[in-house]
Design a protein around this ligand. Sequence first.
Ligand code: R5P
Length: 322
Amino acid sequence: MLKKARLFALGASRPLGEKSAALLGSALSAHEERRFEDGEHKFRPIDPVRGADVFVIHSLFADAAATANDKLCELLFFLGAVRDAGAARVSAIAPYLAYGRKDRRTNPQDPLTARYVAQLLEAMVIDAVVTIDAHNLSAFENAFRRPVLHLEARVQMAERLAPRLGAAPVVVASPDPGGVKRAQLFRETLEKTLGRPVEFALLEKRRAGGVVSGDLMAGNVGGADVLIVDDLISTGGTMARAARAFRGAGANRVFSVATHGLFVGDACAALADSAIEKTFITDTIAPYRLTDAVIKDRLEIVSAAPLIAGAIRALCCDEQCR
Ligand code: R5P
């Protein structure tokens, strides 16, 4: 059991928090959540936090109970409350950090929302921020002046995928130029896990006025099992489009692999696309928008709890964490 540390998990992040706490041989600390009729809320720690090393898990995805903006406010105010209540150290753990995609200006006078989120979190006088597979690692690291810990799910993903891959050649692919570095790192990890060569492929993707185009492809996927790697799946359009392109180029099977599954819009249809064998995702976001049939037949969920438990161990001043 953790002695001087307190681990809280807010809202829909509770199941992930419980799994992470169990891996630390502990349990979540108690807190209260009240949502008022006018949309305001009050969350507060119930277990005492004075002098404690406090970790607050809140994955900032929209769900039926709260929008991403609601959750950002819930997290901010909870961090403020534990700091005011005398916590010695406060770390924010946002497995999915909302607004990560708004990391640069694409139009004049655009907001840099990813940086503003960082400024809001830092205004609560936090000691560290933890996230998993940020959309843009440099933007995430540069947005904060406090220490950040960036976790990556690629080892867990590679270990889950390896037994599904047969004798066919394996290719890791990026569905767009922006994801090349991420996919290349995953390729290296998978190569180590499998103990055999893994090739690389890339598909062109351009977005103009909301329309996606581009069909240039690099790499040879003929007869191969192709793993398309991305940080997140939103509508699933990027994955379905790339899967069809790689199948059209002769791929044997195509798997889609991403850390965060937002699954909005037509995501159910995209995941059920016959070009995609299966989709691998982590539990940073609950797949509540998908049908049970899609979850059962088309989805494999890899838990991010070991990553979170590892981060808490790394940051924790409590010798019981180690
Ligand atoms: C974009 O740069 C991201 O990495 C994802 O590729 C994108 O957000 C996926 O969106 P969708 O699933 O709607 O195609």
